[in-house]
Design a protein around this ligand. Structure first.
Ligand SMILES: N[C@@H](CCC(=O)N[C@@H](CS)C(=O)NCC(=O)O)C(=O)O
Length: 221
C-alpha cells in the first residue's frame, strides 16, 4: 500500500487520509511528490495521479485519489476501527461536517494557504508562525463557522473524549489542516465567538501523536 502525498511540510490535504490510515493501524509507504518546485512539477504529478492532485492511495491494484475517497475506503475496509462515531445521529453529523470541510471554507484555504504564497513566503504546517494576514470578510465568516462547528459538536457529542465526537473520528482528520492554519496564522478564535472550547479542540488536534509522527517524518521535529 502506497500513499502518494505532496510536500509533507505543507500539503495539509495529504495529511488527512494518512491520519485515517494510521488510526486504522495501517502504515502505507509514503511517496512524496514535490509540488510547485520547478516547471515540470505538474507533469510529474499527472504521471502518478490522473486528477493531477494528491493525495492518492495505491492499494489492491487500484489508484484511489482524494482524501475523502481514501478515508471512506479505509472506513469501509476497517469497520471495526471506529473511524466514524457509532451512534447514528452523531455519525450523520460527522458525515455532514466532513462534507462541509471537504467542499467549503474556500476563503480560509485560499487566503491562509500553505506552501509558497504570492510574495514568495513559505507557509508550512509547523511554523514558523506568521502574524495574521488582513482577514477578508469571507475568511472571518469561515472562521466563525469553524468555531460554531467545533463548539457545537463538542457540546453535543464530545462528552466521551477530547475530539469532535468524543473519540477520534475521520472528522478530526478533516479538521486537522485548518487547525494548523489557525495556529500558523495566529487566528484569534475568541474574536470569532469561541468560549475556549474551539481553542482547546485545536490544541488537541495539533498534539495528536500521529500529527507528531507526520512532523517527524517530514523532518521538522
Ligand atoms: N479534493 C482533493 C484536493 C487535493 C488538493 O488540492 N491537493 C493539493 C495538494 S495539498 C494538490 O494536489 N495541488 C496540486 C495542484 O493543485 O495542482 C483532496 O482532498 O484530496
Amino acid at each position: 500500500m502506497r500513499l502518494i502525498v505532496g510536500n509533507m511540510i505543507f500539503s495539509t490535504w495529504s495529511l488527512r487520509p494518512w491520519l485515517v490510515l494510521r488510526r486504522a493501524g495501517l502504515d502505507p509507504e509514503l511517496v512524496e511528490v514535490q509540488l510547485y518546485g520547478d516547471d515540470d512539477w505538474k507533469a510529474r504529478l499527472f504521471e502518478v495521479s490522473p486528477t493531477g492532485k494528491v493525495p492518492l492511495l495505491q492499494v489492491e491494484g487500484e489508484a484511489i485519489p482524494d482524501s475523502l475517497a481514501i478515508s471512506l475506503w479505509c472506513a469501509d475496509r476497517h469497520p471495526d476501527k471506529g473511524l466514524w462515531p457509532a451512534e447514528p445521529v452523531a455519525r450523520a453529523q460527522a458525515f455532514a461536517v466532513v462534507c462541509e470541510m471537504h467542499s467549503g471554507f474556500a476563503a480560509l484555504r485560499t487566503e491562509c494557504g500553505m506552501g509558497m504564497d504570492a510574495q514568495g513566503v513559505l507557509h508550512t504546517m509547523f511554523g514558523p508562525d506568521r502574524s495574521p494576514p488582513p482577514a477578508s470578510a469571507a475568511v472571518e465568516a469561515d472562521v466563525r463557522r469553524l468555531v460554531e462547528i467545533f463548539t457545537g459538536c463538542r457540546g453535543r457529542f464530545g462528552a466521551g473524549g477530547p475530539y469532535l465526537f468524543g473519540d477520534w473520528s475521520i472528522a478530526d482528520a478533516f479538521f486537522t489542516p485548518v487547525a494548523t492554519r489557525i495556529r500558523h496564522f495566529q487566528i484569534d478564535l475568541a474574536a470569532h465567538g469561541d468560549d475556549g472550547t474551539a481553542r482547546a479542540y485545536v490544541e488537541t488536534l495539533l498534539a495528536d501523536p500521529f500529527v507528531q509522527e507526520w512532523k517527524r517524518r517530514a523532518g521538522v521535529a
